[in-house]
Design a protein around this ligand. Sequence first.
Ligand SMILES: NC(=O)c1ccc[n+]([C@@H]2O[C@H](COP(=O)([O-])OP(=O)(O)OC[C@H]3O[C@@H](n4cnc5c(N)ncnc54)[C@H](O)[C@@H]3O)[C@@H](O)[C@H]2O)c1
Length: 409
Amino acid sequence: MATGVWLAGGRGSVAATSIAGAIAIRAGLADSTGCVTELPQLRSPALPALTELVFGGHDPATTPLGKKIEALAAAGVLPVRLVTALADDLAAVEPEIRPVPAAPTQGETAALIAEDIVAFRRRHGLDRVVVINVSATEPAAAPHPGHANPDALRRALDEPGTVLPPSSLYAYAAFTAGCPYVDFTPSTGARLPALDALARHHGVPYAGHDGKTGETLVKSVLAPMFAMRNLRVRTWSGTNLLGGGDGANLAEPGPNAAKATSKQRVLRETLGYEPQGTTRIEYVDDIGDFKTAWDLVTFSGFLGTAMRMEFTWHGCDSALAAPLVLDLARLTSGAHRAGRVGPLTELAFFFKDPLGPVPEPTGPDPGGTEKPPGAADRRDRQRATGPVPHGLAEQWALLASFVRGLADA
Ligand SMILES: NC(=O)c1ccc[n+]([C@@H]2O[C@H](COP(=O)([O-])OP(=O)(O)OC[C@H]3O[C@@H](n4cnc5c(N)ncnc54)[C@H](O)[C@@H]3O)[C@@H](O)[C@H]2O)c1
């Protein structure tokens, strides 16, 4: 089941670590620690093998993959011995990470992106290609009437100007090329009524949002504990320090707000109320691809006794994210093969801000081009808060049953 993995942001830290990791595993130079689809409970013939993944992508950066891996190894993200061992394989992937196309309209740009993906699929004789967004986090998208339905979107994209943020343009190109789409970032991606309808029209699934690799992962284990023991969380405050390209980008107010919003849901939806406290994200250049989260939780128990807990998480961002990117490529490919269409809510396990079920469109024009700008935005919010588990154990059970279902399909 040869599966292409087309990475938007193909020269970034997460993308490069994913590519190098898959090659190292294939060559027997590394094991699959961190890849959950390699656990006995999730291993399945319905998923492509790690060795069947073929990589390509788009990125405006020009740093060769080999150089990027060298820098990541020097920073301690992966073993230095892999730099020379993987050099030839990385050089073979190099021409498949293409510059981002540019054209006078976004419609033409999307067509060029789709052409690159289709050519990649043909060149490698792939059964399917999964497009995964691991590019820089964007600010929240400005509402546009074109977001309401596919016809309105097509018309708007044919005009000069910006209708879709890059993450959504990749989703649009993926769907029109008949490819599933995964958003590993908090960006808008496929979360627009027009794009949901387009995915259904082309019979493809999509998944997201924002890989869960650090503070939110720990929260998704601890918050259900407080809830199950009927302990009242009074405050939950966290400070996240990170460096690297992602950290530098998150120092900008727009992307910072998008990331902070994505991190908020787990407590509200697991506890059933919102404790006091904030989640802060700060850029610390010197810690590179490593991140630290400090969290303080105050809570009260029987007879109102006040208590507290604190935790510190030191993680290597790309080493935590890359195996999940490989898992998501395999799972989404398996879902596409099994005929799944629309949001893959069972993949909530992987995400900070998981997609909930999207109501099936009723009537001829669910988004309604006649609706005022902002209408699409309201439906986004409905979708973002749809019923989906946030506790890790519950998400795990859902994922395991999803994988079993793929094998039966
Ligand atoms: N590492 C983690 O644990 C983690 C967890 C959740 C989400 N994420 C998200 O994953 C994304 C990637 O993280 P990273 O550490 O690799 O960041 P990075 O800065 O190293 O890489 C981002 C890459 O995207 C490229 N890019 C920018 N605009 C683009 C466009 N329009 N099209 C294609 N490529 C474009 C950049 O040139 C860069 O190479 C970020 O959005 C981050 O928030 C990471």
